[in-house]
Every structure is written in structure tokens, then in C-alpha cells.
Design a protein around this ligand. Structure first.
Ligand SMILES: [Zn+2]
Ligand SMILES: [Zn+2]
Length: 259
């Protein structure tokens, strides 16, 4: 039977629902396992999930989330907790990897780049650099390691650079040798040469046309590209001999039957 005055009825039921004893009863009921399970079931329905997702993309909802997140992070107890556990958590390899994966997504990269070009971000950055350069320790470091320092210590610095480069080469070649030759040391994927790192380099297994890195990337640029991009497949380690034989006649004599 329809109510005579639906508005009055609604107001009455609202009033009833806000009474403390009714509230408490409702809360108690919501904790019952069967009620909880039904709620979960409802929450997990695809159409409900989709609706929730859609809602979460609305600008006003997003802004609200951002605001809440900021306020939450600024609470003293939260701040203290983050300081204590945040560092440990952030150093975990899986957390690091997830962060890197996120950071490297094209859309995230594009967003970051666009943001860095905003006038207010630019001016803030410039301001920071200016301030940073005025710090006494930065000033004294500049005095110490200025142009003259580089001139005077060129040999030593060059040595450091080539040591760093060698380390990168070793790291990258080790990775591909482990994967393709099951070797713990960098070695040629054809003849197994491993005595001198200088004889070894990266070879494009099929050809250079269908690789993802820039044309002309070689040596350190290529090693660093591969390392940065999680060691994409399509590359192998070859020694100088096997490499030049392969590029001369398409196949190394080692691989031909009868030698
Ligand atoms: Zn070889
Ligand atoms: Zn060979």
C-alpha cells in the first residue's frame, strides 16, 4: 500500500536510522560473517567493480582522494610511522622494481615530461638550483672541482670513467652469457671465449633492423640502454672472431659442420 506522504515517511525513517541504539544495532549486524560475505560478493560483481572504477576516475573524486591522501600523510603518527618503516619498505627489491616499472611506463614518462615544462615547475626548479649553488659545501666543492681540477686530474678521471664503463660492460655481458650460454662469466655465445673481456661485445642475433634502441647505439651507449631496459632479448655475446665471421658470411665457421 502506497504511503500517503512519501516525503514525510522518508524523513521519519531517516530520523529513526540516526538514533544511537539503531545505529549500534546496524553496526553490530554489519559485522556478522554472513552479512560481510554478502557485502563482499556484491562488491566483487563485475558491474559493481566497473561502476566503482568509473567513479574513481571522476575529477572531483580524484581531487578528493588527493586531498585526503595529503591530509593523511601529514598526520604526525602517520609521518612517524612512514619515517620508520618507509625506508625499509622502499629498499625492498620487489618494491623498487615495481616503482621502476611504473616510472618507465610511456604515459607516466610523458606526464612527467609535460609537468617539468610547466612555468611554475620550471621557476621552482631554477630557484632550487640557485639556492643549492649558494650552499657553502657546494661552493667549496665547486672551487675544488672546477675547470682547473678537471684539467689537472684528467688522467685520473679518465681512468675512473673507463673503470666505470668496464663495470657496466661486465654486468651486461654477464647477464646475456648467463641467459644464453649458462655461464657465470661473460663468454662468446659461439666459441666460448671468455679470457678477455675486451674481445667480447654485444651482437644483434638477427639483424639491427628490428631492435628497439636507436640506430647507431653501440658500445657504452648500447650497454647502458640494455641495462636500463631490463635486458631485452635479441642480443648475444660474441667474441671478435665469431662476430666478424658472422657478419662476413652470415654464419661463423664454428657452426658449419666439419668446421
Ligand atoms: Zn667466439
Ligand atoms: Zn664462432
Amino acid at each position: 500500500m502506497p504511503y500517503k506522504d512519501p516525503e514525510k515517511h522518508r524523513a521519519k525513517s531517516r530520523e529513526r536510522g540516526s538514533r544511537p541504539e539503531v545505529k549500534a544495532r546496524r553496526k553490530e549486524r554489519s559485522q556478522l560473517p554472513e552479512v560481510k560475505a554478502r557485502k563482499k560478493e556484491l562488491r566483487d560483481r563485475p558491474e559493481v567493480k566497473a561502476r566503482r572504477k568509473e567513479r574513481s576516475q571522476l575529477p572531483e573524486v580524484k581531487a578528493g582522494k588527493r586531498k585526503y591522501g595529503k591530509e593523511y600523510r601529514e598526520r604526525p603518527e602517520v609521518k612517524a610511522g612512514m619515517k620508520k618503516y618507509g625506508k625499509e619498505h622502499e629498499q625492498k627489491p620487489e618494491v623498487k622494481a615495481r616503482r621502476k616499472e611504473l616510472r618507465d611506463r610511456p604515459e607516466v614518462k610523458a606526464r612527467r615530461k609535460a609537468r617539468s615544462q610547466l612555468p611554475e615547475v620550471k621557476s621552482k626548479r631554477e630557484e632550487y638550483v640557485k639556492k643549492h649553488n649558494q650552499l657553502p659545501e657546494v661552493k667549496s666543492r665547486k672551487r675544488k672541482y672546477g675547470k682547473n681540477y678537471v684539467k689537472k686530474h684528467r688522467l685520473e678521471l679518465n681512468k675512473k670513467t673507463s673503470e666505470r664503463n668496464l663495470k657496466v660492460k661486465h654486468e651486461v655481458l654477464s647477464h646475456y652469457s648467463k641467459k644464453l650460454s649458462n655461464s657465470d662469466v661473460p663468454c662468446c655465445n659461439c666459441c666460448g671465449e671468455h679470457e678477455f673481456l675486451i674481445f667480447l661485445s654485444i651482437d644483434h642475433i638477427t639483424n639491427r633492423k628490428n631492435v628497439t634502441h636507436k640506430k647507431g647505439d653501440a658500445g657504452q651507449t648500447l650497454y647502458r640502454y640494455l641495462r636500463r631496459n631490463g635486458y631485452p632479448s635479441g642480443h648475444q655475446v660474441l667474441c671478435f672472431n665469431c662476430n666478424s665471421a658472422k657478419s662476413d658470411s652470415g654464419i661463423c665457421p664454428h657452426k658449419r659442420s666439419g668446421g
